[in-house]
Write a protein that binds this ligand. Structure first.
Ligand SMILES: [Zn+2]
Ligand SMILES: [Zn+2]
Length: 785
């Protein structure tokens, strides 16, 4: 039988969809197992990391389905906020800030309408078994309603506030951002030794940011630094800008950095901000939202940061106020979306108040079952390092609007009523007048951080179900996700779930690792991208999944084409092995039999395999299950068992044939079922071609996970089994050594001890080694006829 891999995969994909094999069954009495599927961000095509991690979560889900759970496995797309805006800007060659808000939103929506189906198709193509009728998008009405409800609920619980305060700002994206979006990046810069005057005498301060001189509000040194004790309480004169600032002590100053004297500028960095608060220093803004110098920079006003830095350094040099310059590398914060250096800028923003909950957050993290366990540490480190409340307002267009207006007359904040949701404050109005009697309102134009919405994914997805089912599906069973968004998605979802419902959103989480190529991160600029679409095209989805199943959860791994190639070979081997089996089982109907010793022992090995694979899948260690299954299929089933029964099934008597038929059938079906979560396409192909006529289930994927067969095991089974395989291998080696074909006839001599252990399997041993007469006792010897 010929096998067209591409056609086969296509055929089953269609079959699963048309027959609704993966649909959640609302009428089912089975226990629900619910998955908080990661909604992939619509910011390009599916990449190889996705293909790998979604395959891995699918192994677990398919296993659970076969174990008898009613699976709720929805699919969503994360298609609002900055990532989508930047994609649309790139693809449509526009800039949102040059367009009207309305026109840009329309462009985004049209773009999504056009691109989403093919985007989602990539996920279908790798064979994930989501219920694609339970579909959501984080910008659709359903998600907007839930996201805005979340805001209202937090507002009611006094967990959101709006404040005009220094906050992180991306000058490129022109929006406030949250701490989770700030990434460390090492850049080259220089330390400039600048002369300040104290009582007419020089003191030297080293800084990487001389353009902030006009915003200087104090000078600090470490209290244990004896060099500067005498300066305490005095004033320092700021060069070029000619004003005085106080000199103060603070333990946060690093004595060994620069000269040990530091200038504090209101929004220089995090420490500057802390000093501003602690010592009630004045607020001076030197840089505006578009990274231009402000009024206080006097003659440098309007210059970019770079230009101002250069001019100020030149001027200091000219005035002999720059006494040294040293190249250094240091860490700065950049925006993870665009790589631009983050500024701290005073602006009016909405925040979720949660810094007071750190201890609780750590406890919530502990309640969750992490796979692998060590990922919990990353969560803990993030919580411990939190310094800001969650900034949730974005000065962008394409996102979920705040359900908020402000009274034009008295300034009161007015939130929407729940029955109004979803609202667009730019178009809709509050239901009632303001307390002051006014009915004139200013809409909030900002949109919510995209994570504010995606952190509601457990609710967004379970609300796709009817009310009774919602209760069964939430808290959810599993959150699969990538490790790089523990700080964004996982953390924020936990926070939201606790603030809203006082419980963890899921029981378990599985975290996938990064995929690299030859140890390097894949990127367009390096030209080292492996496109999963091309891999599927060339080798098939099963082969790709086969590779993914060889990787542990949470482990960073290289893409291995070798393993994909092996996966394709596996598919062919499975197809051929199954066809060989059924050539001999033409009209076979499964029925109980008296087993021959060899068959009983092989089935007892199969039972061990079933037990171990079940345990491994239960522990999310599908890679162990796969490795055991692989070994069993290739070495035990194909290389040995099929060879052993070949003769018996042609020439044996009724009893011998029946025992072999039973064993073949059960062994292949169990192997196939256990491979089904990993390589679902070939499993379905073989099942439908050969097993379907005897097995009742419409698809192998809704058939039940194999149970151990009711076989009497004996305590020396394993010894017998290993010995049989060892002797077969020894004979084969002799044949290879003497360049004889494998089917050449031999006379076999075996040590009496070994002979007696396998005395009940001698006919099979003779068959598989092609031994033409009784096996003789003596030293091991293979004679050729
Ligand atoms: Zn940015
Ligand atoms: Zn009012």
């Amino acid at each position: 039988m010929d096998f067209d891999l591409k056609k086969s995969e296509e055929k089953w994909r269609k079959f699963w969809e048309e027959e609704k094999i993966y649909q959640f069954d609302s009428k089912s009495k089975k226990e629900v197992y619910s998955i908080d599927t990661p909604p992939p961000t619509v910011s390009g095509k599916m990449h190889i990391g996705h293909a790998c991690s979604y395959s891995q979560q699918d192994f677990i889900v398919r296993y659970k389905r076969m174990k008898g759970y009613n699976i709720f496995y929805p699919f969503g797309t994360d298609d609002n906020g900055l990532p989508t805006e930047r994609l649309v800007e790139k693809e449509e060659h526009v800039r949102s800030r040059d367009m009207s808000r309305e026109a840009f939103i329309k462009l985004c929506l049209n773009y999504l309408k056009k691109e989403l189906p093919s985007f989602i198709q990539d996920w279908k193509n790798i064979g994930i078994s989501c219920d694609f009728t339970k579909l959501y998008s984080t910008i659709n009405e359903h998600s907007r309603r839930i996201s805005q409800w979340s805001f209202l609920d937090l507002h009611k619980k006094n967990r959101v506030y709006r404040k005009d305060a220094p906050s992180m700002w991306c000058p490129e994206c022109q929006t406030g951002i949250s701490q989770a979006e700030a990434q460390d990046k090492e850049i080259e810069s220089s330390f400039n030794d600048i002369v300040f005057k104290v009582d007419g005498k020089d003191v030297i301060i080293a800084t990487t940011r001389p353009e902030l001189l006009p915003a200087c509000v104090a000078v600090f040194y470490n209290p244990s630094d004896s060099r500067y004790k005498k300066l305490n309480g005095k004033k320092a004169h700021v060069p070029l800008f000619n004003f005085d600032v106080p000199i103060m002590e603070d333990a946060r100053v690093d004595k060994d950095k620069g000269t040990g004297l530091v200038m504090c500028c209101t929004f220089g960095d995090q420490t500057d901000m802390e000093w501003q608060k602690v010592y009630s220093l004045p607020i001076k803004t030197a840089i505006d939202r578009s990274r231009k110098m402000t009024d206080i920079a006097k003659e440098y006003k309007g210059l970019s940061i770079k230009e101002a830095r250069k001019k100020i350094i030149d001027e200091l040099k000219n005035s002999n106020l720059l006494v040294g310059q040293k190249k250094i590398k240091h860490m700065v914060n950049v925006h993870e979306r665009c790589g631009t250096e983050i500024e701290i800028i005073k602006s009016r923003q909405w925040f979720v108040k949660y810094l007071d909950l750190k201890n609780e957050m750590l406890k919530w993290g502990k309640e969750l079952n992490w796979h692998p366990k060590f990922m919990n540490v990353r969560y803990d480190n993030w919580v411990k390092g939190l310094q800001w409340d969650w900034l949730i307002s974005r000065q962008r267009y394409f996102g979920v609007p705040f359900p908020v207006w402000y009274c034009e007359k008295c300034g009161e904040t007015i939130v929407a009523e729940e029955s109004q949701l979803p609202v667009d404050p730019l178009k809709d109005k509050p239901k009632k007048r303001c307390k002051c009697g006014s009915d004139k309102f200013i809409p909030e134009k900002d949109v919510l951080d995209t994570w504010f919405t995606s952190s509601m994914s457990p609710i967004i997805s379970t609300k796709l179900l009817n009310e009774a089912d919602q209760k069964k599906a939430f808290p959810m069973n599993l959150r699969p996700q990538a490790q790089d968004i523990i700080t964004f998605w996982l953390f924020n979802t936990i926070v939201k779930s606790h603030l809203h419902f006082n419980k963890n959103p899921w029981k378990d989480t599985i975290i996938s690792g990064f995929i690299t190529l030859k140890g390097e991160k894949m990127s367009k600029s390096k030209g080292n991208i492996i496109a999963p679409q091309a891999v599927v095209q060339q080798y098939g989805s099963d082969a790709l999944r086969y590779w993914a199943s060889s990787l542990k959860l949470g482990e960073d791994s290289d893409y291995q084409e070798k393993e994909v190639v092996t996966g394709k070979k596996f598919v062919t081997k499975m197809w051929n092995a199954a066809n060989f089996v059924f050539l001999n089982l033409k009209d076979y109907k499964p029925k109980p039999v008296d087993l021959l010793e060899t068959d009983r022992i092989f089935l007892s090995e199969l039972n061990k395999l079933i037990e171990n694979s079940t345990k491994n899948f239960d522990n999310y260690e599908y890679h162990r299950a796969k490795s055991d299954l692989d070994n069993f299929f290739w070495k035990i089933f194909c290389d040995n068992y099929l060879e052993i029964i070949k003769k018996r099934i042609y020439n044996g008597n009724q009893k011998e044939k029946e025992s072999a038929s039973f064993t073949l059938y059960q062994m292949l079906l169990s192997i196939l079922k256990m491979f089904a979560p990993i390589t679902p396409f070939i499993a379905e192909e073989v099942y439908q071609t050969h097993f379907k006529k005897n097995e009742k289930d419409k698809s192998i994927h809704i058939s039940s996970w194999p149970e151990k067969l009711d076989i009497k095991s004996k305590k020396d089974d394993e010894i017998k089994f290993n010995l049989l395989l060892e002797i077969i291998s020894q004979v084969r080696q002799e044949k290879t050594k003497t360049n004889k074909p494998m089917n050449s006839q031999i006379i076999l001599t075996l040590e009496p001890e070994r002979l007696s252990i396998i005395k009940d399997m001698l006919d099979d041993l003779k068959g598989v080694t092609n031994c033409s007469s009784e096996i003789k006792p003596g030293d091991f010897k293979v004679e050729f006829l």
